[in-house]
Design a protein. Structure first.
Length: 130
């Protein structure tokens, strides 16, 4: 799927501004491109009961799934606190569950203003799916 990943990153940056991260002070935003062409954004939302915290990537993916999407093709991740902000293990597994079976998932990060695109299989070569 051809898509302007610069725009996807822009949307992830905008989403990071909505982060609720009073404990870590590590804001993250994500923008998910579904196979349908629709985009869903999310931010990390922390909770004083840390197990209730959700990452930006899962927030965006769950929004997409709750709207009927079942395949994602790209996820842009951004934090104003770090260059090349990469997904945690839980987010990698959720991406694996909802990846486009034919195409996989592109993960887009930014380092010093340059976009970096990697495939999910580089992050999670042996994900679990039944």
């Amino acid at each position: 799927m051809d898509y302007d990943y610069k725009n996807l990153m822009h949307l992830a940056k905008e989403a990071s501004k909505k982060s609720y991260s009073p404990f870590s002070r590590f804001a993250v935003g994500a923008a998910v491109l579904a196979k349908s062409g629709k985009i869903y954004t999310g931010c990390n939302i922390e909770n004083s009961s840390f197990g209730m915290t959700i990452c930006a990537e899962r927030c965006a993916i769950f929004k997409a799934v709750s709207e009927g999407e079942r395949e994602i093709v790209a996820v842009a991740i951004y934090s104003p606190n770090a260059d090349d902000c990469n997904p945690c293990g839980a987010c990698r597994q959720v991406m694996y569950e909802f990846q486009d079976d034919e195409y996989g998932v592109d993960i887009i990060t930014e380092n010093m203003g340059s976009l970096i695109t990697r495939k999910l299989e580089e992050y999670l070569p042996y994900g679990f799916k039944i």
